[in-house]
Design a protein around this ligand. Sequence first.
Ligand code: UDP
Ligand code: MG
Length: 324
Amino acid sequence: MEERPAPKLYLTVPCYNEGSILRDSLRTLLEKLAQLQAAGLAGVQSAVLCIDDGSADDTWAIIAEAHRQAPTRVLGIKLSANCGHQKALLAGLMKAKEEADCAISIDADLQDDIDVLDDFLREYRLGVDIVYGVRSDRSSDSLPKRLSAEGFYHLMALMGAKVIFNHADYRLMSRQALQALSEYREVNLFLRGIVPLIGLRQSIVSYARKATARKTHYTLKKMLILAWDGVSSFSIRPIRMISLLGLLVMAASFLFILWYLYIKWTGAAVAGWTTLVILILALGSLQLLGIGLIGEYIGKIYLEVKRRPRYIVEDVLGGEEPRA
Ligand code: UDP
Ligand code: MG
C-alpha cells in the first residue's frame, strides 16, 4: 500500500483552568510540532488547537495571545461553559474533521509522552485510521488513582462495553474516523467507548505516562460520572441483571413454595403462615421480573433514541458519484 503524504495535523488540547501550565505546554507542543514537520511526519499547515472548556482563569487569554503570535499554528475554540473534558474534546475533533487530515487528542498537562507522536504519525502514514495511545506503565500514578483507573477498565469490560485497556483519550484519528465519529449523535459522550465501534484500521502505540505538574481536574465526582456514563451508555447489562435476578428469585421461590406446602401438609406450620409466605415470594419475584421486563424495553428505547449509525462505510467501488 502506498504511504499517505504527511498529513495536516491538529493537536487537539482540551483546556480547563490550565492557566498555570498552558504557556509551557503550548511552547512544548509547538516545538514538537516543528520537529514533526521537519521530520516530514506532519504537514506544514499543522496546528495546535486549544479548546477552552469554560475556564474561570486566564486560559482563554493565553490561547488568544498565542494565536496572535502564531495565527496559523495556534487555533482556539472557546466553549460558553464548562461542558466537561469529553465534550470539549469533541468540539475540537469536529473542527479538525472539517479542516485537517487527522487529529491527535492530548491533555493540556502533557502527562502523555509527546515523543510517541512520531509513532502515531508513522502509523497514520501506513494507512491506520485510529491509533490508540496505551499506557504501559502507571508507576507515576498514586495508588488510589491507579486502582480506581484499572478497576474502571475491568468494570467496563464486565458491563459489556468495548474499551481499550489503559487507553485514555490520547489517540490519533484520521479524517475518515472523525467523520464516522460525527455520526454518533448521542449527548452522553464516552469517546473511549464509541471510538472502538467505528472500526476502520486501528492500532496501538504504548508509552509510559508521566506525573502531572498540577493537581488533577478530574475530581472524584467527575470521574464517577464519566465511569457511569461509560457503563450506562454502552450497555443495558445492568437492566438485564435485574431481569435475571427476577428469574432467579422466581425459581428459588418456587422451590420454597413447595417446601412450605410440604411443611403445611405435615402439619408443622402455624395457620395462615404458608399463604403469607407464598404470597410474599410470588409477588416479590413477579415484581422484580416485571421491573426487569420494563427495563428491557426502556433499554431498547434508550439504544434507539441515540440514533447511532448502523454501519459506517469504509470504501465503495463502482456506482455513481453522489449527485450534488
Ligand atoms: N478538562 C476539561 N474539562 C474539564 C476537566 C478537564 O477540558 O471539566 C481537561 C483538562 O484541561 C486536561 C484534560 O481534560 O487537558 C485532563 O484533565 P486532567 O489532566 O486534570 O485529568 P487526569 O490526567 O487527572 O485524568
Ligand atoms: Mg492529567
